[in-house]
Design a protein around this ligand. Sequence first.
Ligand SMILES: [Zn+2]
Ligand SMILES: [Zn+2]
Ligand SMILES: [Zn+2]
Length: 138
Amino acid sequence: MKIKQCRICLVKTGPHNVRNRTELQYHICNVCEDMEDKRRRKELKINVLNHYGGKCVCCGTTTMEFLSMDHINGDGSIDRKLGMADHIWNWIKKNNYPESLQILCFNCNMAKAHNGYCPHEMYYHLRRRRSGSGGPTN
Ligand SMILES: [Zn+2]
Ligand SMILES: [Zn+2]
Ligand SMILES: [Zn+2]
């Protein structure tokens, strides 16, 4: 019997470690497959986030690890179903990037879920009011 190699790290894997995919020659060890999965999910997340502007609409953080999706109208149906689960990114792509979604970071998401608003919003409005008209300054 032929010993298969992982196509990425080239480690020789026994038959029980090799996952035969539909394509011939697609052999990958469990470790590399995990890494590939993580990489694919990350890429997908970046794509989806970029589509929505790439930052939290509330506080503006761009740190990808903090970002999640929120329902603009707050009906919560998708949030409860999908939450911040990994497959939400797949769902968004499959559903053609619904316009009813926006990016919120975990902080803002949690705050909104608990209070119905994010403290940032109040802070933002207060700051705007204090800074005057808000018109363009030359
Ligand atoms: Zn490998
Ligand atoms: Zn935020
Ligand atoms: Zn916020």
